[in-house]
Ligand binder design. Structure first.
Ligand code: HEM
Length: 537
């Protein structure tokens, strides 16, 4: 029979997320059962009972039970958890409960008290919290072969993303990255600019027809999904959009519920939610495999002499189908599927969050909206906004950069040391997790004058921020070999979408409206609707 600790551990690792509130629940239950009932009932029964209870009761009531045990559990853990040798100084005890309660506050308090390199236990794991720019760089670049993704599993839902770029490591990752890079070169990204502008204009002419009050986060989730689907599949994506968009939206919603829920039921367990999710993924898989097969046939007929067919497709799918490894092998269907799915996931939510925060900042600073509109007039004149203009829309770009400084969509980057290593003067044991807090780094007054102010001008010539490429306190897209492959795509999208919006619309916070605050789950998303009033320019 397992120990109570192992049973609780089962709960905490049975989902494939890393997020500490899940682990927190396992730990708290462990402490709770240990405190309340000593050795207690058989552990298998304990796990079954907890799972059964969790479906029937609201998760919230379970959370209440955990919170009741919180103080006692923390006290006991503080006494029992040894400080790991080799870690820099940091909060004592296990930080799981504090981290689950209010992660931003915990990391801010920890950094304030212990500086840019702090060590602690998190759900039993050794963790270092890093917001020192040099150490962040060392982890992401100089020691990138030691600090890997495996073990941190930043992304829940491997069944959706498979073994795609975002989560793979080692040779699998190396090959996929090599094969993916060409599709994200500048020239390739330029070809997606038209869809970015056209789809934004479609939104402005329909849901955003003034006067209207809209939840921008919801609208941007759909817009960025349509943009990435169009970049991946071109026109056939448009045809398949009806099938792909609702299925992936359902899968995303599932993960959203998971990321904000206290208890993760394993995906294989047939809860109504899990069944619905599985059906969505199956539907999505069918649609993606059909798009792959159809395109393969078309490309084959092109190579047999149907001149012109090949040239019609300039989307990511075609690039992936045509790319060959050094030994001449192409991507197999499973890798292709995983990569396409990964790009849909990685490219959608982060961009939707960026656009939502940018519009919220701008709604609070109307004169900045005017500056964007004027810049677009000056640069674009009467023409359509296009990728050719993106590099010249410097103020709009500064708004994007400043938004990602204050509210980085990827607010924390996780790595796990695959071997013992030396960092910042400490000998970290193998399996230490490093959490690089971009949120802290980007707001540190040591590196940023007026750190808490939204001030795009700091990025313009004469401003006090170094350009992003030379700025070691600014890593919204990460750095080193695992740097975001979609950085160019995301910058182009952010600039073109904002330029298209503010050329035609004004945004304002409705009177008495609530301003959404950052909610740190896997990404730094708004904690509620981003409702803004839309009027004509
Ligand atoms: C504002 C938008 C975006 C932000 C802030 C962002 C941020 C990031 C960050 C910080 C990483 C590195 C994670 C780590 O080191 O653990 C990353 C990786 C990645 N991003 Fe993005 N991203 C954005 C948009 C996109 C888009 C549009 C795509 C694709 C269309 C994309 C695809 C990826 C992929 C595939 C990876 C994994 C790369 C690898 O490990 O080789 N991202 N992103």
């Amino acid at each position: 029979m397992e120990t109570n600790g192992a049973a609780a551990e089962n709960i905490s690792v049975s989902g494939d997320g890393w997020w500490p509130d899940v682990a927190n629940l396992g730990r708290a239950l462990e402490s709770l059962t240990g405190l309340v009932s000593g050795p207690g009932p058989g552990d298998t029964e304990l796990v079954q009972a907890l799972l059964a209870v969790s479906w029937k009761m609201q998760v919230r009531s379970l959370q209440n039970a955990v919170e009741t045990a919180q103080d006692a559990a923390t006290r006991v853990q503080n006494l029992l958890t040894p400080v790991a040798p080799g870690l820099p100084p940091g909060p004592s005890g296990d930080a799981a409960l504090a981290m689950a309660g209010d992660p931003l506050r915990f990391i801010e308090d920890t950094t304030r008290q212990y500086g840019g390199f702090a060590g602690f236990k998190l759900a039993g794991e050794n963790v270092v919290l890093v917001s020192d720019p040099k150490l962040a760089k060392e982890i992401m670049i100089d020691q990138s072969s030691i600090f890997i993704k495996s073990g941190t599993a930043l992304f829940p839902g491997s069944s959706l993303a498979g073994n795609g770029l975002l989560v793979s490591d080692g040779d699998v990752w190396k090959r996929q990255r090599r094969l993916s890079n060409p599709a994200f070169r500048r020239a390739a990204v330029d070809t997606y600019g038209k869809a970015m502008v056209d789809l934004t204009n479609e939104m402005l002419d329909s849901e955003w027809r003034p006067p209207a009050n809209r939840d921008l986060f919801e609208d941007f989730k759909l817009l960025t999904l349509r943009i990435v689907v169009s970049a991946l599949f071109g026109n056939s994506g448009k045809e398949g959009m009806e099938e792909v968009v609702p299925a992936i939206t359902a899968a995303f919603e599932f993960f959203q519920r998971r990321a904000t829920s206290m208890l993760i039921v394993p995906e294989w367990f047939p809860t109504p939610d899990n069944v619905q999710y599985t059906l969505s993924v199956e539907k999505l898989d069918r649609a993606i495999y059909r798009l792959i097969n159809d395109r393969r046939k078309l490309l084959a007929s092109a190579s047999k002499g149907d001149a012109g067919t090949e040239g019609r497709f300039r989307d990511l799918l075609t690039q992936y189908l045509q790319v060959r490894d050094d030994d001449g092998t192409a991507m197999d269907d499973q890798s292709l599927r995983d990569e396409l799915m990964t790009l849909m996931i990685a490219g959608q939510e982060t961009s939707a969050i960026l656009l939502s925060w940018a519009c919220l900042f701008l709604a609070q600073h109307p004169h900045m909206q005017e500056r964007i509109a004027k810049e677009v007039d000056d640069v674009v004149g009467g023409a359509d906004v296009s990728s050719a203009h993106a590099g010249k829309l410097k103020y709009t770009e500064a708004v994007v950069l400043e938004t990602m400084r204050l509210t980085p969509p990827a607010w924390i980057i996780g790595r796990c040391a695959c071997a013992a290593t030396r960092l910042g003067g400490y000998d970290l044991p193998a399996k230490t997790t490093a959490l690089i807090s971009l949120y802290n780094l980007h707001r540190d007054p040591k590196h940023w004058p007026r750190a808490e102010s939204f001030d795009p001008d700091r990025w313009l010539p004469g401003g006090d921020a170094k350009p992003p490429k030379d700025n070691e306190s600014y890593w919204p897209y990460g750095a080193g070999p695992r740097v975001c492959i979609g950085e160019g795509f995301a910058m182009m999208e952010g600039i073109l979408v904002l330029a298209t919006i503010f050329r035609r619309r004004k945004l304002a916070v409705p009177s008495g409206g609530r301003i959404a605050q950052p909610q740190p789950v896997i990404t730094l998303r708004p904690d509620g609707p981003v409702t803004l009033n839309i009027s004509s320019r």
